[in-house]
Design a protein around this ligand. Sequence first.
Ligand code: DGY
Length: 328
Amino acid sequence: MAVRKPKVVVTRKLPDPVETRMRELFDAELNLDDTPMGPEALAAAMQRAEVLACTITDRLPAELIERAGPQLKLIANFGVGFDHIDVAAANARGITVTNTPGVLTEDTADLTMGLIMAASRRMVEGANITRAGGFHGWTPTWMLGRRLSGKRLGIVGMGRIGQALAKRAAAFGLSIHYHNRKPVSPRIAEELEATYWESLDQMLARMDIVSVNCPHTPGTYHLLSARRLKLLQPHAILVNTARGEIIDESALALMLERGELAAAGLDVYEHEPVINPKLLKLDNVVLTPHMSSATIESRIDMGEKVIINIRTWMDGHKPPDRVIPGML
Ligand code: DGY
């Protein structure tokens, strides 16, 4: 007996193998030219889809979710962060929401470590100078950065990605400190030789490098406020691969401009894709375009997770990666 294929609207272009499999399994409407959907297009998609396979660039506030047709039963997000979806509003309308955790952990930790290295050793600045013809020979005092080994790294948010970063950083000789809602298990703390700070303020004031690895929730919006940023030591480096909204970006840009903070490595921005113009002018900031999970492997695995979530829902089971309001 032929299985009925649910109508799945896919909001952005996904890797070919993912799209092909989606076409095999579902009545999948693809977005082949990857034109981002604005609010009206998303509202229309939610009028015809049984499943909306959206991504982190699709803003789905309550007002939009309220316009969904009664046939919409699942929002299967391609991405781990779900701060762009009003999950409570979706659940209130009987719509399940899923995400893609776990599969992008290692790649995100790699890019975070890369930003720590690039910012502390001025790699992008050096590369830009070289390309622009500015390398006129080695000198004993030119392009000096800071050694990583022996420094303290403070991780804000010790979940999967924070722990994967800690493993990498330990191999570079950094000592691991972290702030989290609760301490990790004694086994993990011992393995990582990690020091727990209940007080974020206390930790920030003592670190050489700080990495933001917590999710964006109402509770973590501007967690690194202007006041908290001022607690950092002037030689400190700040790295963010989580969400831009967690840091007060204007305050950070001002501190970097004034030399009150040595450097930063940013992959995410408060008003993506717009970047504070001050940051764009600074040499002591490494800027990447929200690409921490941008490997072929991660993106195919993320698609695979979306498919598994949809298939499980089709079979009448609870999808494995259901998210619920306040779970973070
Ligand atoms: C996510 O999945 O939330 C990342 O930010 C994008 O890779």
